[in-house]
Design a binder for this molecule. Structure first.
Ligand SMILES: [Zn+2]
Length: 317
């Protein structure tokens, strides 16, 4: 006789908007979101993330058949406005991964400045502006960017982008100096969005909203302070990114935070320092964006996820 191992499908959501957004697999329309939840509810057992965390940490023996966990990254306002009412309607719990920087500094995360620029400009114009400004302000970085080529690696990380855009995104995330990023994107967004900070309130959940999610039984998780690529950081800088956000979220929710989502989420986006920090803070789970279904009590710090749009195809796509 053999036993079928417990499996858990973890679905990952980012943007959920009613308006048209032209890029990326990370965007889901409001209507599609509701349809997907109906589909997932009919096909899987959508479990409270805390049930999964208890299982992974050996506090319980087994999972319900066809378990599924829903995750929402980046603390976006639509998670409060759109997602939570739908989850409540269907009696479902999810996990929401938050960055503290926008809450504390009243400023956009770098990763979202890139999204904002790309959402307004065509890819062609975005790439042209980016290259023009980079060449102007830092010729050495520009030369490095211009000469970089590793098609296989780029294809693996950015499957949905043109080769040119893959190269640009890789350079921004893995190589571009953070201070140059600030100058470059301030220039790039100048005249494109007007007063960027006026959009902040509509972009991120505020502390009160995060607290109310937690009070309604949703799980709040740590997504680092400012969404930097952890594997680029020194040991001390990485500790600060994780610990500072941990403390802020504990304060906001009045609860101990014990789940983590790795920014960018690839296996090379983090390292042993990341895991050491999570262990020392008593974290129970860490989610990445590498694709796959989780089988049994596998490594609780490498939980695989599937982007919702890869799971449920839509007629819009
Ligand atoms: Zn993120």
């Amino acid at each position: 006789m053999f036993t079928i191992p417990d499996i858990c499908l973890v679905v990952m959501y980012h943007y959920i908007k009613g308006s048209s957004r032209k890029y990326g697999p990370c965007w889901t329309s409001y209507e599609l979101f509701t349809d997907q939840i109906k589909y997932l509810k009919a096909s899987y057992n959508i479990i409270d993330p805390q049930v999964y965390h208890s299982y992974l940490n050996g506090e319980t023996e087994s999972l319900p058949d066809n378990s599924c966990v829903l995750t929402f990254d980046d603390g976006l306002r639509e998670h409060y406005e759109v997602v939570v009412p739908v989850l409540k309607e269907f009696g479902i719990k999810g996990i929401f991964f938050i960055n503290g920087f926008p809450l504390a500094e009243k400023s956009f995360l770098d990763v979202h400045k890139v999204h904002i620029a790309r959402n307004i400009l065509s890819d062609e114009v975005f790439i042209h502006k980016f290259e023009e400004i980079l060449r102007d302000i830092d010729i050495d970085s520009f030369n490095y960017y211009n000469d970089y080529s590793d098609p296989k690696k780029l294809e693996n990380i950015y499957r949905y982008d043109s080769r040119h855009m893959q190269k640009l995104k890789y350079f921004i995330t893995y190589r571009l100096d953070y201070s140059i990023f600030q100058i470059l994107f301030d220039k790039l967004l100048e005249g494109v969005v007007g007063n960027l900070s006026s959009h902040l309130e509509n972009y991120y959940m505020n502390s009160k909203e995060i607290k109310s999610l937690c009070d309604e039984g949703m799980t709040i998780g740590n997504h680092t302070w400012s969404h930097k690529l952890l594997s680029r950081l020194s040991t001390s800088a990485q500790k600060e990114e994780i610990t500072k956000n941990h403390c802020l979220l504990n304060d906001i929710t009045g609860k101990n935070i014990f789940a983590f989502s790795v920014p960018y989420g690839k296996t090379d986006s983090f390292n042993n320092d990341t895991t050491d920090n999570l262990v020392s803070l008593d974290y129970k789970a860490s989610y990445i964006t590498e694709r796959g279904i989780n089988v049994g009590k596998k490594d609780r710090f490498h939980i695989l996820r599937i982007d919702t749009n890869e799971l449920v195809r839509s007629k819009e796509r």
